[in-house]
Write a protein that binds this ligand. Sequence first.
Ligand code: ACO
Length: 274
Amino acid sequence: MTTGASAAEPAAAGVAVAELAAAGLALTVQDAVATITLSRPERRNAMTPSMWHGLARAGSLVPGHVRVVVVRGAGPSFCAGIDLRMFSAEGVPGEADSLRPGEPGFGASIAEFQAGYLWLRDPRFVSIAAVQGHAIGAGFQLALSCDLRILADDASFCMREPALGLVPDLTGTKPLVDIVGLPRAIELCLTARTVGAAEAAQLRLAELVVPAAELDAAVGDLTAALLSTDAAAARATKALLGQAHGHTLEEQAAAERTAQAALLAARAAGAPRP
Ligand code: ACO
C-alpha cells in the first residue's frame, strides 16, 4: 500500500500490497484520500471471488483519517463484470471452485462477496466511482455502491445479470431503485440494456459527465470540494442523510437534533477539528 501522511507498518503494508495485487487490486492512500484501482485491464477488470474478497480487505485497510475513497478501473473499461470464465468448466486459473447452489454455505459465500461492496457506504468517508468505458453487471453494482459517480463521456452502464440467467446480487438493486425509481429499475434490469453516459446523467446515475481526458481532474476537483468542509460535520451529515429514506419527517427531525447535539458536545469536549 502506498501511504501518504500516516504509513502503515512497512512489513504489514508490503503483505497487504501483495495480497491486493494478487486479487487484481491496488490501494493507495494519500493524506485524506484513498484510491482503489481495479488493475486487470487486459480482462477489462473482470471480477473474481478473489477480487471481491480483496475489495473487502481493502476496505479494512482504509485508515480512519480518510475522508474520500475513489474507486476506479485501469485501462479502457471501469469493469466488465464477473469473469465469465467462472461459468466455464475450466474456471479461472488460480481461483478456488465456487460453491454450487444448494451446497451448504452458498448464501454465506455471496454475503462474503457483498462485503466487498457494502463498506463503501461507510459514513466515515464519501466514496466516488470514477467510471470510464464499460461498467457491466458486477461492475455497474460496484459503481452503484459508491455514494457518487463521475462518468467519462464514453462510460456506459448495463445490468446484464438477468440476460445471463442471474439476479444482481452484489448490493446494487437497492441503490438502483433508490436512484432511478422502481419502474425504470425494472426496465433497465429486465431488458439488460446499456445506458450511455448522457442518459445516465438524466437518470441521476451520474453526478457529472466529463470528457474522458478530464475524468481524473473532475474527480480531483470534487475531492477537494468534499475536503473543504468540516470533517466531523461531514461524517455526521452523511450518516444523517443516509437514514432519511427510512424515516418519517418526525423521526428525521429527531435524528437531526440528536446528531447536532452529539457533534457539538464532541467539539466542546475537545474533539479535534481538522
Ligand atoms: N470475463 C472474462 N474476460 C473478459 C470479460 C469478462 N467479463 N470481459 C472482457 N474480457 C476479456 C476478453 O475475453 C478479452 O480477452 P482476450 O484479449 O484474451 O480475448 C479482453 O478481456 C478484452 O475484451 P474485448 O471484448 O476484446 O474488449 P472490448 O473493449 O472490445 O469489449 C466489453 C469490452 C464490452 C466489456 C466486452 O469484453 C464484454 O462484453 N465483456 C463481457 C461483459 C459481461 O457480460 N460481463 C458479465 C456481466 S454479469 C455479472 O457481472 C454478474
